[in-house]
Ligand binder design. Sequence first.
Ligand code: IPD
Ligand code: CA
Ligand code: CA
Length: 263
Amino acid sequence: MRSALLNIMVQAATKAGRSLSKDFGEVENLQVSVKGPADFVSNADKRAEQIVFEELQKARPTYAFLGEEGTEAKGTDGQHRWIVDPLDGTTNFLHGIPMFAVAIALERNQEIVASVIYNPVMDELYTAEKGGGAWLNDRKRLRVGGRKHLADTVIVTGINSRGRASDLLQLRQLAHVTPAVAGIRRTGSASTDLAWVAAGRFDGYWEAGLAPWDVAPGLLLLKEAGGVISDFSGTPGAIWNGEVVAGNESIQGQLLKIIKSVQ
Ligand code: IPD
Ligand code: CA
Ligand code: CA
């Protein structure tokens, strides 16, 4: 049973997801603008954010709103804030790769208390509420994978090509992690990465240079699925400095050890 709050979030994510799905079918015709070398913003993206904003604003008019595409509302209750990535996986979307999601988190007094990540093409709806577990399509309770040895794991990461210091650091980290694991993947959608670690599909995830809307929705999902998440120094949480190392307790620890050893 979803709470009223989660229902509102699911409603917003699925409505935006339907809009994205429709646009995805006509991806070649989309008018797009370039935000950076590897970071495109499309009309579909902005439309999706508008839908999420309107749905959430209608249901909870006093909550603040922070969206990647620039929608901001200060809110009046001083406690609640939506953190939204209306299209996480923009590059995939523009290339016709069906790996993208609408991601919504609710922050209450600086803590994430509810999350929704929705992939409309796969029709996968990930939901979590603090203390209520993490779920896929309302039916399947999620648990992080049980593997204990790094050598058996599939680890996902994300490396952008913006020529930033964090990208070069990640390439060095990749050179150290790759020989230690069974496989490396890159989906191009940070919220999907975290959701799939929560679902036990990936055993671990690390990335730097992320934004709060990339991390916040997946963070609660992962925690509610029994996972551990920290930044590169090992500090738990890690929404605001953009660094993430995640996995079950054992794998997260082993991955973090490698990450820490790379300068
Ligand atoms: C990006 C994706 C990608 C990650 C980037 C993000 P966007 O978000 O989550 O996996 O590597 O750092 O910016 O631009 O597709 O919303
Ligand atoms: Ca994103
Ligand atoms: Ca985005």
